[in-house]
Design a protein around this ligand. Structure first.
Ligand code: GUN
Length: 284
């Protein structure tokens, strides 16, 4: 293996320790940062995610509330709960776990969250703030990827070519905007891209966020490039793997994130950072 690992668990621990310090300082000033996590229905993966989010809050000394509702909850009832959380002074961040049951309109629910409490960064106002470089909340997964780049000394990306594979609203698009904000030259590739490898081979940084195994193989990577793998898939044996052919790419890349233990833990960490920031903004 020639690539160095970017260890998401270690970096998470470090960032969470900083959050815990800031949370303690804020609590001492009479404001304990609080996150509300709303789960509707019994999707097994969502149950694990929300449990991890609530536990991470508790470990960092943040206040957290888990609101669990039956899958039969109406859209109007959910909107009413969000309205109540919007005006609850103990809550600085609101996260509605996705996916929601089919009879509820995700978009309507996300737009009902007050932008100043949108710690997931999914609200149109948050996406717009990122686009024009104004204060808002950054989507947690791409924000975590930026932290990982920063941790290996890649904060200012002037002169670097970053290629993002994937154009989702929650990862690909905000990732491209954050890289652009850091002065990178950014190319966004997707399922309609012809000759993906010809583009990724030019990249100093590749972020793979497609949700499909082996999207990026060794022959598609420039020697020494930084490879960030956002994917969470399972192989034939049921083992967790990313979008990147890790075993092949690690022989060519300069830096690579593993799956698991890479971007995954950073997502929750940045949720804590956003919740912390939300509370701090309230205090001014
Ligand atoms: N479902 C899967 N990932 C996420 C996430 O980051 N936030 C929310 N709200 N739902 C999700």
């Amino acid at each position: 293996m020639t690539a160095q690992l970017i260890d998401g668990n270690a970096l998470s621990q470090q960032v969470r320790a900083e959050v815990a310090k800031r949370a303690a300082a804020l609590t001492a000033r009479g404001l304990k940062p609080g996150l509300a996590v709303v789960l509707v229905g019994d999707n097994p993966a969502s149950q694990v995610y929300v449990r991890n989010k609530v536990k991470a809050c508790q470990d960092a000394g943040l206040h957290s509330v888990l609101e669990k509702y039956e899958a039969s909850m109406s859209e109007a009832e959910l909107l009413a709960r969000i309205e109540a959380l919007n005006t609850d002074p103990a809550i600085h961040g609101i996260l509605v776990q996705l996916p929601l049951p089919k009879h509820i309109d995700d978009h309507k629910v996300i737009e009902a969250i007050a932008p100043e409490k949108d710690v997931d960064g999914f609200h149109v106002a948050s996406a717009g703030a990122l686009m024009v470089g104004e204060q808002g909340f950054k989507a947690c997964t791409p924000y975590g990827c930026m932290k990982m780049l920063e941790s290996i000394g890649m904060k200012n990306l002037r002169g670097k070519h970053a290629v993002v594979i994937g154009r989702s609203n929650i990862v690909g698009k905000p990732m491209a905007m954050m890289l652009l904000q850091a002065d990178a030259t950014v190319t966004v590739c997707h399922s309609g891209t012809a000759d993906l490898g010809a583009i990724t081979r030019q990249a100093d940084i590749v972020v793979a966020a497609v949700g499909k195994r082996n999207v990026l193989t060794a022959d598609m990577v420039k020697p020494g490039a930084v490879v960030i793998d956002v994917g969470m898939n399972r192989n034939e044996e049921g083992k967790l793997c990313g979008d990147v052919d890790f075993d092949g790419v690690k022989e060519v890349a300069g830096w690579i994130t593993p799956v698991p233990g890479g971007v995954g833990p950073m997502t929750i960490t940045m949720l804590l950072v956003n919740t912390m920031e939300s509370a701090e903004r309230q205090l001014g």
